[in-house]
Design a binder for this molecule. Structure first.
Ligand code: SF4
Length: 385
């Protein structure tokens, strides 16, 4: 059986936003009229039951995501932070406590509440430095609010800041991307995440796409955008440690690295995923349903034992996302077999196609492999090893 770990990471989901962006398929709802306080009480109930059933050890990373956690008012924010403090009192001295934030929902006093409560890393959903593009994708903020939020965060004492940018947006040009990246780099932040737009089902963009009303850049253009991003970030001294993530040394997101290394974690909140004691679970999605479920017991919608085979596939799929790739010795330690025995044909095919390369310690994506990541990951799924 694969090794089971005591979770050292916590994910908490806040499923509210000002309104829904046109491309977003996350479990989040326009906040107006939502029972936010009831949701927080339900979250507290889930927390109590969870730590009672699986007492935590020392916590190394906490990530509050969404949604828009900074949609909470100051009192709700304090309440959330306090319940986390009470549930997870034993924290590593180097705890990484990240909160996602969106420009347009932060204010100096709210950032101070977060800082005073131990949050020490903020990931801002910026997406673009062009107002027309922000409007075209349904974001609520404008570019001046990005600068304002970052300045306020710095004033509140945050130095570990990250921003998300998107490429492959409708009507976005290579020039637009270059300008956004230049503006992002001028902020001299320790971390940047760059994602390409995926048109997901049940989004407004999907409807427009079906109606031929979504003028997306051509595939080659999107590839050129990704290459430009990699080039500019690396030239500015950031190292790409994962397909979409770039950091100054030591500023990689430890929480996300935990996911990519298949470590276990508590997952709390509506629709949240968790991975504990060799089992994955997903919580009830809807806000009202979640509140009702958490009042009656653990609000789990589905739970399943991760088989050894599934764990090996996950290991490859998420491990290869990281630029250093996967380590043969770590794979052997976790599963008791050699990776090249288990995945011999998949590895050989990917190497032959120039998507993977051998390193001294294991395997990693080539530059072409990073560009065609999904093709590589698909090779390791459902192979029934
Ligand atoms: S702010 Fe983020 S989570 Fe909220 S709707 Fe927009 S993309 Fe989705």
């Amino acid at each position: 059986m694969h090794r089971q770990q005591v979770p050292r990471s916590v994910y908490v989901h806040i499923p509210f936003c000002k309104h829904k962006c046109y491309y977003c398929d996350f479990n989040t709802y326009a906040v107006q009229g939502q029972p936010v306080s009831d949701y927080l009480h339900a979250l507290e109930l889930e927390l109590h039951q969870t730590v009672e059933q699986l007492p935590p050890g020392q916590i190394d990373t906490i990530f509050v995501g969404g949604g828009t956690p900074t949609i909470l008012d100051n009192e709700q924010m304090r309440y959330l932070i306090t319940m986390l403090e009470q549930a997870f009192p034993d924290r590593s001295p180097s705890l990484e406590f990240t909160m996602e934030a969106n420009p347009g929902t932060t204010a100096p006093d709210k950032l101070q509440v977060m800082r005073a409560g131990g949050v020490n890393r903020i990931s801002f959903g910026v997406q673009s430095f062009q107002n027309e593009l922000l409007e075209a994708i349904g974001r609520i903020h404008r570019v001046d609010e990005v600068y304002e939020s970052i300045e306020w965060a710095r004033e509140a004492g945050f130095d570990n800041l990250s921003i998300d940018l998107m490429f492959g947006l409708p009507r976005q040009t290579l020039d637009n991307v270059e300008q956004s990246v230049n503006k992002a780099l001028a902020l001299k932040l320790p971390h940047y995440s760059l994602y390409s737009l995926k048109v997901e089902e049940q989004t407004l963009f999907h409807t427009w796409y079906e109606q031929n009303r979504l003028p997306l850049p051509a595939e080659e253009e999107e590839l050129a955008m990704y290459r430009l991003i990699m080039h500019k970030l690396e030239a500015a001294g950031y190292h790409q440690y994962e397909i979409s993530n770039f950091a100054s040394p030591g500023k990689e997101s430890r929480h996300n690295i935990g996911y990519w290394c298949n470590h276990s974690y508590y997952g709390l909140g509506a629709g949240a995923h968790g991975y504990t004691r060799g089992r994955r679970h997903v919580n009830v999605k809807g806000v009202q349903e979640y509140i009702a479920a958490a009042t009656a017991g653990l609000p789990i919608a589905e739970q399943w034992e991760v088989s050894r085979e599934e764990a090996m596939e996950d290991y490859m799929m998420v491990g290869l996302r990281m630029n250093e790739g996967i380590h043969q010795a770590a794979f052997r330690e976790q599963f008791g077999v050699h990776v090249d025995t288990v995945f011999a044909s998949q590895l050989a095919a990917c190497i032959e196609n120039g998507l993977l390369e051998r390193t001294i310690t294991g395997f990693r994506l080539t530059e072409r492999g990073r560009e065609l990541g999904n093709e590589v990951f698909a090779a390791f799924v459902g192979v029934h090893v």
